[in-house]
Ligand binder design. Structure first.
Ligand SMILES: [Zn+2]
Length: 95
């Protein structure tokens, strides 16, 4: 049985994986993939996005709670929080 040649992450050659290893350099290969060394997205960006999503989620939750219990003060607070986040986002991404 012959497999499909995949790029080895260690020697960079296109080789057919044998018993999970690269026959050219002998290193264990990851399961066949076209691009084994794809870099993950920058972690700081992801932290940013996740933090923002969490903040917006909290504000939306606040507004939803305000609407549920009919509290105008909470509603204003939630809208203010959303506006503040929008301003902060605009400032952070202005240049
Ligand atoms: Zn190799």
């Amino acid at each position: 049985m012959t497999g499909t040649p995949t790029r080895c992450g260690f020697c960079g050659r296109q080789t057919i994986t044998r018993k999970g290893r690269c026959p050219a350099c002998g290193q264990a290969k990851a399961p066949p993939r076209d691009t084994p060394l794809e870099p993950p997205p920058p972690p700081s960006l992801w932290r940013d996005v996740r933090g923002q999503v969490a903040s917006v989620g909290a504000a939306v939750l606040l507004i939803a709670t305000a609407l549920l219990i009919g509290s105008q003060v909470l509603l204003y607070l939630g809208i203010l929080a959303l506006c503040a986040m929008g301003v902060l986002y605009a400032v952070a991404h202005s240049d």
